[in-house]
Design a protein around this ligand. Sequence first.
Ligand code: DAT
Ligand code: MG
Length: 149
Amino acid sequence: MERTLIIVKPDAVQRGLIGEIVARFERRGLRIVGMKFMQIDRQLASRHYAEHEGKGFYESLLAYITSAPSVVMVLEAPNAIELARRTIGATKPIDSPPGSIRGDLGVEVGRNLVHGSDSAESAAREIDLFFAPEELVNWSRDVDRWVFE
Ligand code: DAT
Ligand code: MG
């Protein structure tokens, strides 16, 4: 089992797309083990996006992610990180195929709706940033045997 951190970003929340986006991960079969509604502050945002510090888009990225509430969640499945990244699409909506979240719902890279961890190391780091261990629920679904082999 693998875990990944997903953020339904402020533009998606403002556009009323929380349900649409969560439903895509749910329908795909990923199991939700943590979820919260929060406004990310600058300190947390700068830690989350530390790898992008110094890049041209860094300041606008922090302004965007802190501008309004987000939904942050941890999803679980075999290969959850790659599954979620493919469900999300490419970084730029214009490069994202129809059927992906960014390909169906997005226009601009600075309003790309959703974040997903890009590696096992990032996932561990990001989950630890956003969730205390007791906020994550270890559980199984009755349907798991029809989703996971
Ligand atoms: P991803 O969100 O697909 O993992 P990333 O980690 O490379 O992409 O970048 C984080 C966010 O920063 C991305 O979702 C949008 C923004 N961003 C990335 N590259 C950008 C660029 N060239 N111009 C503007 N914003 C960019
Ligand atoms: Mg990234």
